[in-house]
Design a protein around this ligand. Structure first.
Ligand code: ADP
Length: 188
């Protein structure tokens, strides 16, 4: 498998971390010589991005820095699994620009997966209790509740998975198939 960045987009609770973790294990076991690195919003916001809030401007800077970090790992030879809500079209464009994606171009270093889970399901899952806090106003500017989420354009997505309709195992199968189809990996 060649170095690349696999970027998970979606609402909080959509399943980005769950699927990224499962994919990590799958790749680790099958492609033993591949260098793997996981990145996510919490990790970056704890350090490099700890001066950023959740305004749309700060969110874009959060995504820009995170994508630049992912790019550094990719350029060093890693397969990067990046999970970030990436809520706006501007954010999604920022990633494409950093990886120099052009519309309809053959993508070689960035693979974008939109985990398209209905807000109601994410809110029911409420893994970290954040939706409850967002509904009571304890958390402000929460994506899907008090801050926008713009579904990525089809032209800016390589794969869409509805995690309310597929099991984790099925989703991993879909991801591996598409990665193979797009030439990111050769199945072993
Ligand atoms: P995110 O990283 O997008 O915020 P998480 O992966 O942290 O989302 O949370 C998703 C939650 O949904 C987890 O508790 C996971 O176990 C659960 N879940 C239930 N069904 C699925 C599924 N089919 N795919 C992914 N996650 C699922």
């Amino acid at each position: 498998m060649n170095p690349c960045v696999i970027w998970f987009i979606g609402l909080s609770g959509a399943g980005k971390t769950t699927l990224s973790d499962a994919l990590f294990e799958e790749l680790k076991n099958k492609y033993t010589s591949v260098l793997l690195k996981k990145l996510d919003g919490d990790l970056l916001r704890n350090g490099l991005n700890n001066n950023l809030g959740f305004s749309l401007t700060d969110r874009n800077e959060n995504i820009r820095r995170s994508a630049e970090v992912a790019k550094l790992f990719y350029e060093t030879g890693f397969v990067v699994l990046a999970s970030f809500i990436t809520p706006t079209h501007q954010n999604q464009k920022t990633i494409d620009e950093i990886f120099q994606q052009k519309e309809n171009s053959e993508i070689k270093n960035l693979f974008r997966i939109f985990i398209d889970c209905p807000l109601e399901t994410c809110e029911q899952r409420d893994v970290k209790g954040l939706y409850k806090k967002a509904r009571t106003g304890e958390i402000k500017e929460f994506t899907g509740i008090s801050s926008p989420f713009e579904k990525p354009l089809l032209s800016q997505t390589d794969l869409i998975i509805d995690s309310s309709k597929h099991t984790v195992k099925e989703s991993i199968g879909l991801i591996l198939d598409k990665l193979e189809e797009k030439g990111f990996l050769q199945k072993v």
